[in-house]
Design a protein around this ligand. Structure first.
Ligand code: 8X3
Length: 250
């Protein structure tokens, strides 16, 4: 990974941040993307001088393309794109859910991920090399109650990943996705709009995964020989059998 260029969206917290730290530790040069300048500045400072930061919201199409175009030439040779930005907003039945929450999930998890991919692709196509890793979810594979749109958004990520792999196959660009189950980050805190009690309940008694567990798996996906493409990983805590069967006595 020494001197490889890795672009990570949603790098300011959770899985994105943990992944950034893992890659920095193995000598990669990072392009850390996020919305929160202060948090990004602190991270870039902590990780050393070899890195770039880009402040944009993946939902803002123009901002995505402008930010990526603004990269210095040597940083445009992106080796690995990690499409991590995205979130859940609300957890409700379709008949009671808030439409703004639906927009937020589709705009970031689906459209935002596609914008970033489209902005980075020309650089990979030019050198006929590269790797794209998309953050899906167990929600891409199984639909659970009150999660229709979040699950739809992640199912779209799953399909987009497969489509990209087909399209990019002649170019030798690797494409894969990682689908985590319960990972204890600020994910549920955001989903439940700051409701500490509700978000804590999600992980209670679960010994859930943490962001570093996912970062380790992402790093692994990039460290296998180039002839190997880890196309799909579903990663769950041992206490979780699927999207809705949990053993909370761990
Ligand atoms: C996050 C995991 O189980 O809440 O994508 O869908 S879950």
């Amino acid at each position: 990974m020494k001197n490889k260029i890795i672009l990570i969206t949603g790098a300011t917290s959770g899985i994105g941040r943990a992944t950034a730290i893992r890659f920095a530790n193995v000598g990669a040069r990072l392009i850390l993307c996020g919305r929160r300048k202060e948090k990004l500045d602190v991270l870039v400072k902590d990780l050393g001088e070899n890195h770039q930061s880009l402040i944009f919201d993946v939902r803002d199409k123009k901002a995505v393309f402008k930010a990526i175009e603004s990269l210095p030439k040597e940083f445009k040779k992106i080796d690995v794109l990690i499409n991590n930005a995205g979130n859940a907003h609300g957890m409700d039945s379709a008949q009671t859910a808030n439409l703004d929450d639906w927009d937020a999930m589709i705009d970031s998890n689906v459209k935002g991920l596609m914008y970033v991919t489209k902005a980075v692709l020309p650089f990979m196509v030019e050198k006929q090399k590269g790797q794209i890793i998309n953050l899906g979810s167990i929600a891409a594979k199984e639909v659970y109650p009150d999660g229709s749109v979040y699950c739809s958004s992640k199912a779209a990520v799953d399909s987009f990943t497969k489509g990209l792999r087909v399209d990019l196959n002649p170019l030798g660009i690797r494409v894969g996705a990682i689908h985590p189950g319960l990972v204890e980050t600020e994910f549920s805190y955001i989903r439940f709009k700051g409701d500490q009690k509700r978000s804590k309940q999600v992980y209670e008694g679960m010994n859930a995964l943490n962001a570093e567990d996912i970062a380790d798996a992402i790093l692994y996906m990039t460290q296998v020989p180039e002839k190997v493409n880890i196309a799909d990983i579903v990663i769950l805590p041992t206490s979780q059998a699927n999207a809705y069967v949990n053993n909370r006595s761990v």
